[in-house]
Design a binder for this molecule. Structure first.
Ligand SMILES: NC(=O)c1ccc[n+]([C@@H]2O[C@H](COP(=O)([O-])OP(=O)(O)OC[C@H]3O[C@@H](n4cnc5c(N)ncnc54)[C@H](O)[C@@H]3O)[C@@H](O)[C@H]2O)c1
Ligand SMILES: O=P(O)(O)OC[C@H](O)CO
Length: 378
């Protein structure tokens, strides 16, 4: 058995059979007992992940701010706001208490399923209680406006390097509503500390939910954030009535743009061919199940952004991320025509048709122009 397999099996054993302290196969001597999970965020994705982990036999609690959501989970096994029609695993519990620290102290695994623009707030609230012995897993996909920071950078900034660098980041093609229905799903989990990625993999891995580990945190995060911007563009094209050629073009040129940004920030180019890269881009930019695609589609049909967001009922991370990515790309000097076009529609009052015209009438150039593979740190 390889040492990776050893670590994976060790993690799995501690989950189901033996106390962490007896686990001899983990290379880094950190005591974990994965059976107590706290999921922060009672929205679509937090709920589906919590349900998945509860069904695997873990003790799982969701923290949600909305008391109706909490009561619905505790009393009727339903998330009345986000997943009305789904009966959740009956052992799943919910709480609206976070500030006293009790829920965090009782947990060994903490999953953060909070939109990126609110990440800093939840990190500050949890900071007094989170320790290095918690396995922390972030699932949000976005870039923070104003700072232009990725979630991994915000985590290290707020929690400090020692605890922050142990965090793990789960991403990839995973619509919540399919995960909760046990539809086959594959994702990746990245961490700067390999043993942590393997632990997170072991926590989530199940017959219908395959988890691949990886060490490229920046690549996974850039891909997860920017695919939402490209999905907005793909939806807008469809809303205008453009068909498959346009969609394939947006997805492919979008991928080139994502790679340019990622590589400039130090990502491994290979990551963009993986689940968090092309996998999630393909999923999000071609499906009406995607909120980002839906926002784009409705804009393409002529609806106003404020109205679309008001009636969406859930977060479309790509909207704020477009603002952040637009500023970031200009700051780091990466050409980002698709992001610029989406930005001009969302925040510049430009009509979708006009934005497409601008995009299509740029000067011709080589297909991989601007992709500097020498910039990758790997
Ligand atoms: N829905 C999916 O299919 C899916 C899949 C993969 C990743 N994601 C990512 O997961 C993250 C969460 O998405 P979602 O689908 O659950 O969104 P959602 O809109 O369904 O729910 C977001 C939740 O976060 C809570 N929240 C917002 N600000 C908060 C704060 N300051 N403190 C505490 N709670 C706060 C909201 O009350 C809500 O319960 C996003 O970054 C999204 O991109 C979603
Ligand atoms: O509904 P979206 O557009 O937020 O996409 C959800 C997930 O990120 C898909 O992996």
């Amino acid at each position: 058995m390889s040492s990776d397999q050893d670590q994976r099996m060790g993690a799995r054993h501690s989950l189901h059979r033996q106390p962490a302290s007896e686990n001899q196969t983990i290379s880094t001597p950190i005591a974990f007992n994965d059976t107590s999970v706290l999921v922060l965020g009672g929205g679509n994705f937090g709920t589906c992940l919590a349900d998945h982990l509860a069904a695997m036999g873990n003790e799982v609690t969701i923290y949600a701010r909305d008391q109706k959501v909490v009561d619905g989970i505790n009393n009727d096994h339903h998330n009345v706001k986000y997943m009305k029609d789904v009966v959740l695993t009956d052992t799943l519990k919910a709480t609206s208490q976070l500030e006293d620290g009790a829920a965090i102290q009782a947990a060994t695994v903490i999953i953060f399923s909070i939109p990126t623009q609110h990440l800093r707030d939840i990190l500050a609230k949890t900071k007094p209680f989170v320790t290095k012995s918690h396995l922390t897993i972030f699932v949000n996909k976005g870039i923070e406006i104003h700072s232009g920071k990725l979630p991994c950078d915000i985590v290290e900034e707020v929690w400090g390097k020692e605890i922050g660098e142990c965090a793990t980041y789960l991403s990839g093609p995973s619509f919540a509503m399919e995960v909760v229905k046990r539809q086959p799903t594959c994702v990746s989990v990245a961490s700067r500390v390999k043993e942590r990625a393997l632990r997170a993999q072991a926590v989530f891995h199940a017959p219908h939910f395959r988890v691949y580990d990886c060490d490229d945190v920046i690549g996974v995060e850039v891909a997860g954030a920017l695919k939402n911007v490209i999905a907005l563009a793909a939806g807008a094209c469809a809303g205008l009535g453009f068909q498959q050629n346009a969609r394939a073009a947006i997805i492919t040129r979008g991928l080139a743009e994502i790679m340019r940004v990622g590589v400039k920030l130090g990502a491994d180019p290979l990551t963009f061919s993986g689940l968090a890269g092309v996998g999630d881009l393909f999923l999000t930019a071609q499906s009406e199940k995607s909120r980002n695609y839906t926002v784009g589609f409705r804009l393409g049909r002529g609806e106003k952004l404020d109205y679309v967001l008001e009636t969406l009922g859930s977060v479309a991370e790509g909207v704020e991320t477009t603002k952040a990515a637009y500023e970031l790309c200009h700051k780091i000097g990466v050409e980002s025509p698709v992001c610029d076009a989406v930005y001009s529609v969302l925040f510049g009052g430009v009509d979708v048709k006009e934005a497409v015209k601008t995009l299509m009438s740029r000067d011709p150039h080589a297909e991989f122009h601007g992709l500097d593979l020498g910039a990758s740190k790997k």
